[in-house]
Design a protein around this ligand. Sequence first.
Ligand SMILES: Cc1cc2nc3c(=O)[nH]c(=O)nc-3n(C[C@H](O)[C@H](O)[C@H](O)COP(=O)(O)O)c2cc1C
Length: 178
Amino acid sequence: MINQTIYDILSRKSTRSFDKSRSVELEDLEAIVRCAYAAPSGMNIQPWHFTVVQDKEILYSLYTAVQEIQGRGPEYCFYNADTLIITSTAADAKFGIADCACAIENMFIAANSLGIASVWINQLSDLSTNRKFAPLMEKLDIPKTDVIRGCCALGYASDSSDSEPTQKNSEVVSWFLK
Ligand SMILES: Cc1cc2nc3c(=O)[nH]c(=O)nc-3n(C[C@H](O)[C@H](O)[C@H](O)COP(=O)(O)O)c2cc1C
């Protein structure tokens, strides 16, 4: 049984080559972020904060921070994604990682349903406790007690992006049916 929602879930894939010339419209970003905070969260604490960055100068500061602090090459640029949505929670949020993962997956599926490509960016999660990264966290108004849990990069896939579906292992399910 395949309906539109199932199709949107099954056809989602990570994109690692974005079209630099196309930007995601605000209306679409608003719908995608709404799907983020509609996600389930442990005990309905909704511990998250979402920081939507489309400003090219700030994106540049973010990926050059990854280049410098993590020793990545100058080619590192979030695959030229148009927009980065940073998820964060207080460092001691009990279900912070799981809650943000639910929110990020909701964003991926919503984006796919709108023809917008996406990929998880994990590099900022490792940086969010690094002293050198603190000024950028502050500039982005990310709450001082927060750590980054993961980022959702969005944009339109470039012509050269891999269009093959990612192979999935279906032998991971045990069934005990009546
Ligand atoms: C927790 C997590 C962290 C990830 N971090 C990155 C990342 O930093 N960069 C990247 O290109 N992809 C990242 N990915 C995407 C995975 O590599 C991708 O989901 C996987 O290869 C399966 O491909 P698919 O998304 O097309 O199904 C991450 C995914 C998850 C769930």
